[in-house]
Design a protein around this ligand. Structure first.
Ligand SMILES: [Cu+2]
Length: 274
């Protein structure tokens, strides 16, 4: 009885909206309360999510309605004998074929989006940023004055060499590092994603982007273009140890001019160091 009451309480709280985060940003952008989308490709992912959400809703309502009708119509009554069913091949054929077709459609559709968003060649004007996850934080590296990153190699990671940069590569001399990801709005950003120790995950809900960082590998297919300026958080989304809950970095999406100012300041500071 107690658990039933609690269940009813939670359901009514969800329906009346009283359990939605009060301090967080109001989430009204779509059906499932995700934060507003902030990348060009994210719109396609939202379409897919909405389709799945509505489809699931329809199937849920239909099955529950049939369930309740049968509960009432075929309840136990005096003088009524139970009917023993041996199955129905026609029905079984269709309720196998239709879900299979729907799942295949979803598989092809989502694969196409994945291909479109990732495998496409890196945009020529993209800013490439090197992001390395570790227990428990993110190291971020930019190409510096020449805009080119020194070649990073996962086999060269060490305490002194956080990005595994090849010291012989001249392109790496002017690279600068950052503890926050600062990017210009509306410009394609290409991420090289790596991990120094265990599996981490780059997850930004408003970018509709989720990618594991796997030790020993350089993930080269992550590319996104933001729509609005914003301050968001990059949080690790793969349980990676005791400090996992605190593994985060700020992401600042700035107007292009402001980004260029920040970038120039970083370049100058790096030049003073060299
Ligand atoms: Cu992590």
């Amino acid at each position: 009885m107690h658990s039933l009451l609690r269940f009813l309480f939670v359901v009514s709280a969800i329906l009346t909206g009283s359990v939605l985060p009060a301090s967080a940003e109001e989430r009204t952008s779509n059906l499932y309360w995700a934060p507003p989308n902030n990348t060009i490709g994210g719109e396609k992912i939202d379409m897919l999510l909405n389709f799945i959400f509505i489809l699931t809703l329809i199937v849920f309502v239909l099955t529950q309605v049939v369930y309740v009708i049968y509960l009432i119509r075929y309840r136990r009554r005096a003088g009524q004998k139970a009917h023993y069913s041996h199955g129905n091949n026609t029905l079984e054929f269709w309720w196998t074929i239709i879900p299979t077709a729907i799942f295949l459609l979803l598989a092809v559709w989502s694969n196409r989006i994945w291909d479109e968003l990732t495998a496409s060649p890196v945009a020529p004007d993209a800013i490439t940023v090197d992001i390395v996850g570790y227990q428990f934080g993110w190291d971020i590296r930019y190409g510096g004055a020449d805009g080119k990153l020194g070649e990073g190699d996962v086999t060269k990671f060490s305490v002194e060499n956080k990005f595994g940069v090849d010291p012989a590569d001249p392109a790496g001399k002017d690279d600068f590092t950052s503890t926050e990801l600062v990017i210009p709005v509306g410009k394609p950003i290409h991420v090289l994603l790596r991990s120094r120790d265990v599996i981490h995950s780059f997850y930004v809900p408003s970018f509709r982007l989720y990618q594991d960082a796997v030790p020993g590998r350089t993930i080269k297919w992550m590319q996104f273009t933001t729509i609005n300026t914003a301050n968001v958080e990059l949080a690790c989304s793969q349980l990676c140890g005791t400090g996992h809950y605190n593994m985060k970095a700020n992401i600042r999406i700035l107007p292009v001019a402001e980004y260029e100012k920040w970038f120039a300041g970083k370049v100058a500071a790096q030049k003073a160091l060299n």
